[in-house]
Every structure is written in structure tokens, then in C-alpha cells.
Ligand binder design. Structure first.
Ligand code: PMP
Length: 443
């Protein structure tokens, strides 16, 4: 019995009573491999002693000071560290409490930038279908997950959506990757021209689509072309790395692998690894300067921005990731996971695609491999897989929303960066059994 309104109303929800390394334990002491790190959050796993010690020390020193009066040593140290390793030009940062807040801040920074620089007519946002940018109203308006948006549509600001770069779904037979990347990016230029370039404020995209499509990276060249188009029309490029960033794909920022630097970039989940709620928006120097030389104020704010406990958690997590060279393990274990998933599901009659980067992998389920038709959403395949996996001691993130409004089924894998090869093997073995058991119920 729970008095809490959880996201999913489920009378049998288990209680997480503890966690150590890659495992979570329920109230009966049963272990679950945390193979999606919650929702790509727990990059260091659970109970990391260095992070726990840093949190104790920060609590002893200073838990909270409002940013109207003070900055803090720990927030400044975290900012220095993150900006030093940021994509080129992202010289400033704004700390918030999660991903949606980071996206809201990015949207408002983009808008205020154009107001401050004498282009107040720029207010339109272009984003992509099958994307997720958060659940607050601005972020939800930006995202293209129809299932999440549907009932709230009357409350959402107008946003313009183009197709994502999603090769499995949209690359034409006979079309090369380069041709597809160029065609896919062209949709942005077409949309900008349709709306009127002088009215467009920003293009928002996840470098690797997470919650809505299950770890879908763009094809090579796509984001370089997107960057060129944004530059040509003076549109700001906002990359949402809330899920795919902070090392998850094997480089600190996913966009490094696409060879582009955005004007604004959001991060969250892996930033604090779940030890505290924290997110951040990186901004280009010219946006900061527009505020500094203009009104002298970013007209935004929350009570808990730059929270010292949250910054201490993030600083400790990032120090461990660097000190223990964990991105090398993300690359090595990512390659191992990809190989194992390919062996297990490569010829599976109901797995259409296995894709991803680093320790951020997606498995897309289809009723028919030939037509790529998803299972009827009413059969709730991804919820069944989640339940079957939990019964086998495996926590994986089921996702939905493959094609336009429909709810296709995916599984997202995003295990802690500390995972080893034997545990990866166990994850794939349990996942294979869970998928087969769930499909047997619906096929
Ligand atoms: N952007 C992306 C890409 C995300 O994956 C998420 C969370 N799944 C968010 C934004 C929203 O983050 P939060 O849930 O922390 O508000």
C-alpha cells in the first residue's frame, strides 16, 4: 500500500531498500541488476563510497545558500570543471535540479538572447518527432512524443516538428547513409523556410534519442549539416544531452562524436548519477554576453538552482568518472553489450533493430520484421517485458512511441559505467528470456 501518487499506479510496486554497485535490492533482499541505471541515471551504480563521503562533507559544511545572495565554492568548482571539458564555445553554465528544468532554461535563454540582441520576432521552436525533452509544459511542447503530449495539447505552446534522423524507420532502400543524412537534415531547412527564417528561434534535438525511440543515434554527417543550416539562418542549436550525455555514449558529450558544438546544451541524469537531483544548461559565450551587456539579468530562476549538495554530488561523480577512466570502460563494455545483443537478438523474429552508442543501447520490437509493424500498443508488450525482467532480477527501461502517434515497443539499456563483461552477459541472458516470455503472451 502506498500513499504516493507514482507515475504508474501499481499496487504491487516493490520497495527499493538498498543498492550496491550495479545492483538494487528490494524489501525482501532480492537483487536486480540495474541495467538501465533507472532512466540512464546511475552511471556510477549505487552506494559509491567517494560520492557518499563528498555528500557527508558538504552537508557538514553548507547544505544551502540562496543564489540571490551567494555563489558557493562547490558550485564554482563544478562549473570550472564542466566548462573546461565542454564542447567548443560553451563557456558558461546554469545549474538546475533536473532535465526538464534544464530544457526550460535553454528555451528561455534562447528567447531572451534574441530579445536582448534586437530580434524579438524570433520565437518559433523547431524540434523533432519521436523525441522527449521533459514533462514541464515548455519541455513537453518541445518534445514530439505524441502519447505523452496528447491530453495536455491545449496547454502546450505551438512547436514545429520534423522527422528525426532514424535510419531504421526512415532510410529508403537503396539510399546511402550520407544521402539519408542529407535528406533528413534538409527537413530542417525546409521547415525554417516555410516558417520564415527571421521568426525561428531554435532547433532542439537529442543527439541520441532516448526515452521515445530507444537509443537512436543520427547517421554520420547529419548533425554537421544541421549545424550549417542553423548557422545559415541564425537559428540557435540546442542539443538535449539529458539522457545521452555525461559519458553515457563513451565520450563525455554525445555531440563530440557528431563533430558539432551547439549554442546551448542540456545535461542532467549522469551529471549527478542519481546521488542528488541536478541538471545543467551550458550556454555559449555570446549568449552570456548578450545578457551581461543587455539587461544584466537572466530572467529566470528556481529556489534550488546551484544547490550545494547537488553540486557536491555531481563534482564527486565527475571526479570518479575521470579518475577511474570509466569512459574507457563505457567504450569497451558498450562494444561487448552491442555484440552480445546482436548474437541474442540478431535473428529474433520480433526484434527489428538493435542500435546505440557506448553503454546506451536500444532494442526495437516489431510484430513483423518484414513490414516493421509494431505490436498493437493495447497488448502492452513493453510493460510485460519490464515485468518479466523484474521477475528475473533485471531492471530495464521500457520505452514506447515508435512511429508517429503509435506506441511501439523498445527496451533501453543504460547500465552503470562500472559494469563488467560477466554482468553484461547476465543482463543479455535475462533480457532474452524476458523478451521471449513476454512475446509468448502476446504473439
Ligand atoms: N530530456 C531528455 C532527453 C530526457 O531523456 C529527459 C528524461 N527522460 C528529460 C529531458 C527530462 O528530464 P527530467 O525527467 O529530469 O525532468
Amino acid at each position: 500500500m502506498t500513499r504516493i501518487l507514482h507515475r504508474q499506479i501499481d499496487a504491487n510496486l516493490r520497495t527499493a531498500s538498498g543498492g550496491k554497485g550495479v545492483e538494487l535490492f528490494d524489501q525482501d533482499g532480492r537483487g536486480y541488476i540495474d541495467a538501465s541505471g533507472g532512466a540512464a541515471v546511475s552511471c556510477l551504480g549505487h552506494g559509491h563510497p567517494d560520492v557518499v563521503a563528498a555528500l557527508h562533507a558538504q552537508a557538514d559544511k553548507l547544505a544551502y545558500a540562496h543564489t540571490s545572495f551567494f555563489t558557493s565554492e562547490v558550485a564554482e568548482a563544478l562549473a570550472e570543471r564542466l566548462v573546461a571539458d565542454a564542447p567548443a564555445g560553451l563557456d558558461y553554465i546554469y545549474f538546475v535540479s533536473g532535465g526538464s528544468e534544464a530544457v526550460e532554461a535553454a528555451l528561455k535563454m534562447a528567447r531572451q538572447y534574441f530579445v536582448e540582441t534586437g530580434q524579438p520576432q524570433r520565437a518559433k521552436i523547431i524540434a523533432r518527432r519521436q523525441s522527449y525533452h521533459g514533462n514541464t509544459l515548455g519541455a513537453l511542447a518541445t518534445g514530439g512524443n505524441e502519447w505523452r503530449r496528447a491530453q495536455f495539447k491545449p496547454l502546450l505552446a505551438e512547436t514545429h516538428h520534423i522527422d528525426p534522423c532514424y535510419a531504421y524507420r526512415y532510410q529508403e532502400p537503396g539510399e546511402s547513409e550520407t544521402e539519408y543524412g542529407t535528406r533528413s537534415a534538409q527537413a530542417l531547412e525546409d521547415k525554417i523556410l516555410e516558417l520564415g527564417p527571421e521568426t525561428v528561434m531554435a532547433f532542439v534535438a537529442e543527439p541520441v534519442v532516448g526515452a521515445t525511440a530507444g537509443a537512436v543515434p543520427a547517421v554520420a554527417g547529419y548533425f554537421r549539416r544541421i549545424r550549417e543550416i542553423c548557422d545559415r539562418y541564425g537559428v540557435l542549436l540546442i542539443l538535449d544531452e539529458v539522457m545521452c550525455g555525461m559519458g553515457r555514449t563513451g565520450t563525455l558529450h554525445a555531440c563530440e562524436q557528431d563533430g558539432v558544438a551547439p549554442d546551448l546544451m542540456t545535461v542532467a541524469k549522469g551529471l549527478g548519477g542519481g546521488y542528488q537531483p541536478i541538471g545543467a544548461t551550458f550556454l555559449a559565450g555570446r549568449i552570456y554576453e548578450a545578457f551581461a551587456n543587455g539587461s544584466g539579468l537572466f530572467q529566470h530562476g528556481h529556489t534550488y538552482i546551484c544547490h550545494p549538495m547537488a553540486c557536491a554530488a555531481a563534482l564527486a561523480v565527475q571526479e570518479v568518472v575521470a579518475r577511474d577512466r570509466l569512459l574507457d570502460n563505457v567504450k569497451a563494455m558498450g562494444a561487448h553489450l552491442s555484440r552480445r545483443l546482436g548474437e541474442r537478438f540478431g535473428n529474433h523474429p520480433h526484434v527489428g533493430d538493435v542500435r546505440g552508442r557506448g553503454l546506451f543501447m536500444g532494442v526495437e520490437l516489431v510484430e513483423d520484421r518484414g513490414t516493421k509493424a509494431p505490436f498493437d500498443p493495447a497488448r502492452k508488450l513493453n510493460a510485460r517485458i519490464k515485468r518479466e525482467a523484474m521477475n528475473r532480477g533485471l531492471a530495464v527501461y521500457p520505452a514506447g512511441g515508435t512511429i508517429d502517434g503509435s506506441r511501439g515497443d523498445h527496451i533501453l539499456l543504460a547500465p552503470p559505467f562500472i559494469i563488467d563483461a560477466a554482468t553484461v552477459d547476465t543482463v543479455v541472458e535475462r533480457l532474452g528470456e524476458a523478451v521471449d516470455a513476454a512475446i509468448a503472451q502476446v504473439a
